[in-house]
Design a protein around this ligand. Structure first.
Ligand SMILES: C[S@@+](CC[C@H](N)C(=O)[O-])C[C@H]1O[C@@H](n2cnc3c(N)ncnc32)[C@H](O)[C@@H]1O
Length: 268
């Protein structure tokens, strides 16, 4: 067994994202993929890498407009779904790689565009992941990613998860990637033309509880939290109450609306 705590964390991440069925959740990340690919300026012929591709929504979107696409993810079960999804759209030439954002298996300066939609934010060492993404990007190429702001729904839900189930020491919180100042500092002088904008994810739901149960059934980190709190029903109930309270703030007219952050920058 690997005793490196970061490798252990990633092995656990791989298990986490296998739980539930992220494919059902990816119905709602699909419109964000359209936004991100357009925002990044992907064109036909661009060599594009999608880091943390999951079921491949960003990779497939980029391929549909003619880019030459590589999708990489830590979780083989999701890559299998990505492959099947691409085949459904008759796109059989996307290169799918099982791999880690912190150790990209590609040479320096080989992609025109490097993307990550709610993916690289889960790497435990942000400085390592961003250095890797910039390493494989050509000078003058575009880095663009979608992340969750800490003060918005998913950011607040991740904080609630961390409040009830302590994260391992030394692992950066994924929602720091949703903080404009932190993003600016992490990209630093390696990029120019830094630009950010927000978009809204909209998910139909009849009540906070309907939506929470959907997340608990489909999305690995939520499935994992319920598993972790199962032995302590009072604590599980308290977590669920807090989750429903937060969710209620975003549910209007039977739609949960919440913001994501897009970042774009050019490698110098
Ligand atoms: C919220 S999902 C996003 C999937 C997809 N990009 C989307 O928007 O639908 C997060 C993804 O990041 C992947 N992931 C987590 N840590 C990773 C790492 N260190 N390297 C590569 N992928 C990672 C997970 O396996 C999962 O597929």
């Amino acid at each position: 067994m690997n005793t490196d705590p970061f490798e252990q964390f990633k092995a656990r991440q791989r298990e986490t994202w296998t739980l539930g069925n992220f494919g059902d959740m990816a119905v709602f990340t699909t419109p964000v993929a359209g936004h991100l690919v357009r925002y990044a300026g992907v064109t036909g012929g661009s060599a594009v890498l999608d880091v943390g591709t999951g079921t491949g929504v960003v990779a497939i979107t980029a391929r549909r407009i003619g880019a030459k696409v590589t999708g990489l993810d830590l979780t083989p079960a999701l890559l299998a779904q990505a492959r099947a999804s691409a085949a459904l759209a008759d796109l059989n030439d996307i290169a799918w790689h099982e791999g880690d954002a912190e150790a990209l298996p590609f040479p320096d300066d080989c992609f025109d565009v490097v993307l990550s939609q709610f993916g690289h934010m889960f790497a435990p060492r942000p400085e390592v992941a961003v250095a890797e993404m910039l390493r494989v990007l050509k000078p003058g190429g575009t880095l663009a990613f979608a992340t969750w702001p800490g003060e918005q729904l998913i950011g607040r839900q991740f904080s609630l998860i961390a409040k009830y189930v302590l994260p391992p020491p030394g692992v950066a919180s994924p929602i720091q990637w949703g903080d404009v100042g932190v993003v600016r500092q992490r990209l630093g002088g390696s990029v120019k033309g830094l630009h950010m904008e927000r978009g809204i994810m909209a998910i139909p739901a009849l009540s906070p509880k309907h939506f929470r149960l959907f997340q608990e059934a489909k999305a690995g980190p939520f499935v994992r939290t319920v598993q972790a709190l199962q032995q302590d029903p009072a604590r599980l109930a308290a977590w669920r109450n807090e989750m429903d309270e937060v969710l209620g703030e975003y549910l209007h007219d039977n739609v949960v609306r919440h913001e994501y952050l897009l970042t774009r920058a050019i490698k110098v």
